[in-house]
Write a protein that binds this ligand. Sequence first.
Ligand code: T3D
Length: 263
Amino acid sequence: MTYANILFSSESGIARLTLNRPDRLNAFNDAMHADIRDALGRVKADTSLRALLLTGAGRGFCAGQDLADRAVRPGSESVDIGASIERNYKPLVLALRSLPIPVVCAVNGVAAGAGANVALACDIVIAAKSASFIQAFCKIGLIPDAGGTHFLPRLVGSARAMGLAMLGDKLSAEQAAAWGLIWKCVDDGEFPAAIEALLQHFASAPTRSLGAIKRALQASAGNTLEAQLDVERDLQCEMGYSADFKEGVAAFGEKRPPRFTGK
Ligand code: T3D
């Protein structure tokens, strides 16, 4: 499938989506959002997929909303940017969060504004050492969107979330990993191999259990302990009927590596 603003492919259980407007540091515009929506629809519909990679082309990951599309100046007409969030960013974040397969975000360079928060919406975020994260919104009089006010305090605590959001300073990938904002920071030279190894791992993992883990951890953010114990019971019940659970237990007993099918 060919798109104007992203690269998209899917093969051997792995879908790969690359934001592809490198001269604009892969900033989002309406056309790119439409491409992403279409590609994510294909990912959702393809039950053979076992992982999705999201990354950026060129030296940046994503610089957030394309500000060239926001022709506002002092004294000019205002733009309803809430409509843009409703149309583009909210569906994007919800689509990534609800995919039943692991979503790996390979942050290859700067991730700013909504670019940073779309990365944080993914399940496993690995950044190259030269990458960085910038809650750039306050520099232009906005608030973190694309889930930033949800993800930041949960990932790094309210003191760091507040500092990041109110100052808009650049956070290095190393510091982001040290703070627990992301899973890992990897030397630039080792970055492609590390991402590939992770994708190959997920391509032969028990996909249904990973999807259930994702659902359970997301649910925990708003649940009491008792409600969360119920979520765990129900999801574990589902897993108990899965082919991969039977294979996992059999492989353990036979002292061999499991051959998970994702079913
Ligand atoms: O409006 C709505 O829909 C609401 C939703 C809002 C969501 C948001 O994301 S708001 C936040 C928008 N993003 C930003 O404010 C970040 C703006 N960009 C930057 O601050 C810097 O570019 C970076 C810190 C990300 C990177 O800096 P640097 O020095 O590495 O690169 P650069 O030279 O600034 O950028 C390279 C080119 O990309 C440059 O174009 P040029 O001069 O070579 O022709 C620059 O203008 C362009 N670019 C970078 N970011 C954006 C952009 N063009 C359009 N929109 C951008 N966001």
